[in-house]
Design a protein around this ligand. Sequence first.
Ligand SMILES: *Cc1c(COP(=O)(O)O)cnc(C)c1O
Length: 219
Amino acid sequence: MSIAENLLSIKNTLAEQLTLVAVSKTKPIPDLMEAYDAGQRIFGENKIQEMTEKWEQMPKDIQWHMIGHVQTNKVKFMAEFVSLIHGVDSFKLLNEINKQALKNNRIIDCLLQMHIAEEETKFGLDEDELHAILASPEFAEMKNIRITGLMGMATFTENQDQIKKEFLYLKSIFDKLQSHHSENCQFSTLSMGMSGDYKLAIECGSTMIRIGSSIFGGR
Ligand SMILES: *Cc1c(COP(=O)(O)O)cnc(C)c1O
């Protein structure tokens, strides 16, 4: 099947409220344009330089999501245009995003990445770290970021029960945050699910899925 066919066959199964991020990392612009011409406007990239090059060359109504781990010193390269940063997992990074957003006279939407997988290597906050950030007076002063939800990645395993357990854990944290009210926070997005596990993620309450290989093919 073509990229457009892959995209539309996935889209057709999704409820209207569900947001599909087409993960286009490593793929050339003509591939992205095929998805664009089929109606896709949200693309996810994991390297800032690659995302910036694509942003420069592609139509300006695209929303660019940074889904990878972000180094603090690179935030400035995407601050002008990035639409959502999924992988925010430290106060230091949040502070830098706020600073660069202010320089660009805008508010940048961010998701806090939670550590839900078994693997040590996956990035993300634990619940204590999450609450420490949300409770800090410095965070309350950050006027140029807006936390719009949470993101997480399940363990890379065939074990569906384990993946489900991790997704439900993330959903339970998300649900508890519904009562959290502050000016720069509003937990409406739950970014979980990739090509291999998005159906399970949706069953577990995902509102935003990040799909790469099922649309664009293997990398
Ligand atoms: C690459 C990537 C995806 C997409 O993975 P696929 O298995 O190709 O769908 C989703 N989320 C993150 C954070 C990624 O790095």
